[in-house]
Design a protein around this ligand. Structure first.
Ligand code: SF4
Length: 86
């Protein structure tokens, strides 16, 4: 079984207003969605109800991406401690 990654990024797409601060902060993880008015998490897994997750070992600039989101629809969990970082 593959080892659990250190962090989980959770994205609630229904809350996104398309400000693209996330794309500016961390373009390796975020991109403009084809429909144009929202972001997509690159290689995210659809968990249902407009919720997408991506597990990573290296957060890169995703804390900055989450902090810069004006509607706080990006969350990050430390999977080792279970703590919600944002
Ligand atoms: S910063 Fe937030 S509101 Fe803006 S595009 Fe990214 S997820 Fe959507």
């Amino acid at each position: 079984m593959p080892e659990k990654k250190k962090y989980r990024i959770i994205y609630r797409k229904n809350e996104c207003i398309g400000a693209f601060a996330c794309v500016s902060a961390e373009p390796g993880t975020w991109k403009q969605a084809p429909e144009g008015d929202k972001a997509d998490i690159i290689d995210g897994i659809h968990e249902g109800d407009e919720v997408f997750v991506k597990d990573v070992d290296d957060l890169g600039n995703n804390m900055e991406a989450a902090q810069s989101c004006p509607v706080n629809c990006i969350h990050i969990i430390d999977q080792e401690t279970g703590k919600k970082l944002i």
